[in-house]
Design a protein around this ligand. Structure first.
Ligand code: ATP
Ligand code: MG
Length: 333
């Protein structure tokens, strides 16, 4: 029995979290959920965006499945998501991007994973006005921060028999910051002589990804480029509704889909639950339940191939609940 914190979140969060709970239960995994919430709904009832109970639960279970949380403008938080990643030093944002057969997209063989550094770069929030008409922001890159994400990427490549890691940078222009990241990549690569280090400048990377994405296996990059490339890659395989993600640190992991709260479709039983369900499958894999994780992946694939119960964003007309039930039916134990 695993104890796991569940943060349903805002917007479509509760709908896709409910779906994921049901699918995980159907896989046979024994999980005791500790449900706590944060975000807009909580603000209305408790007067705070992130009640202490959220931190208490996270610090106890050390592992969470989390829906999207909206940060209201002017709330004192820049972003609750960024705050959680910083507070618990969840330095590795991992996003596997894989074609699901049956989804109508231009490329059929995408199978890559992005390792996005999650704590540094322009996301540190050190911005200031120089005077009324000028502002600046600090881009901070450290060796320690770079090494650990790059090592995570190489480690993954090594364990999963991948022959190449692509480091994405703009060191030709940002010679010190991106230069340091690139230098760290070259150093780490020396410890993995059987894995090729490919260096690609971020603008070229965007072009390569939309022309020939299947040439990439493992991508490692700094925070901002990682943010942008993740959404780009999600688009390659069918959009935000299907791409899972995880934020992992030394002693805590928070699993969350790439998408936001999608206020335009919230509460309408229209959201595609696949992203969150596959996020749940990633979590099971992290727990060592690889067989149950795979059975969920396969059930999702089977449901998409059957094409009968797929949501609107994938060209179908099924509701969140219909699709979830179809996935549950397709789980083979
Ligand atoms: P947030 O500020 O929380 O990020 P957003 O307005 O940026 O919210 P996103 O959640 O990022 O919205 O979604 C962007 C677009 O993708 C929206 O049109 C949304 O409906 C769609 N979308 C996102 N997630 C899903 C999903 N799971 N199923 C279907 N459509 C989705
Ligand atoms: Mg968004």
């Amino acid at each position: 029995m695993y104890h796991i914190t569940l943060i349903p979140g805002d917007g479509i969060g509760p709908e896709v979290a409910e779906a994921t709970k049901a699918v995980i239960e159907a896989s046979g995994a024994k999980i005791q959920w500790e449900t706590v919430n944060a975000g807009l709904d909580v603000l209305e009832t408790t007067g705070t965006l992130v009640p202490d109970g959220v931190f208490d639960s996270l610090e106890k279970t050390r592992i969470a499945l989390k829906g999207p949380i909206t940060t209201p403008i002017g709330s004192g938080f820049r972003s609750i998501n960024v705050m959680l990643r910083k507070k618990y030093d969840l330095f590795s944002n991992t996003r596997p991007v894989k074609t699901i057969p049956g989804i109508d997209v231009p490329f059929q063989n995408v199978d890559l994973i992005i390792f996005r550094e999650n704590t540094e770069d322009l996301y540190i929030g050190e911005e200031r006005m120089l005077h009324d008409n000028a502002a600046e922001g600090i881009k901070r890159i450290t060796k320690e921060g770079s090494f650990r994400i790059i090592k995570a990427a190489f480690n993954y490549a090594n364990q999963n028999n991948k022959s190449k890691v692509t480091v994405v940078h703009k060191a030709n222009i940002m010679k010190l910051t991106d230069g340091l990241f690139l230098q760290c990549a070259r150093e780490v690569a020396k410890d993995y002589p059987h894995i090729q280090l490919q260096e690609v400048i971020v603008d070229n990377m965007c072009m390569q990804l939309v022309m020939n994405p299947s040439q990439f296996q493992v991508i490692v990059t700094t925070n901002l480029y990682g943010d942008i490339l993740s959404d780009l890659c999600a688009g390659l395989v069918g959009g935000l509704g299907i791409v899972p993600g995880a934020n992992i640190g030394e002693n805590m992991a928070i699993f969350e889909a790439v998408h936001g709260s999608a206020p335009d479709i919230a509460g309408k039983n229209l959201a595609n639950p696949i992203a969150m369900i596959l996020t749940g499958a990633m979590m099971l894999n992290y727990l060592g339940e690889s067989i149950k994780s795979r059975s969920i992946y396969q059930a999702v694939e089977a449901t998409v191939i059957q094409g009968k119960f797929i949501t609107k964003d994938l060209g179908g007309s099924a509701s969140t609940k219909d699709m979830t039930n179809a996935i549950i039916e397709n789980i083979q134990l």
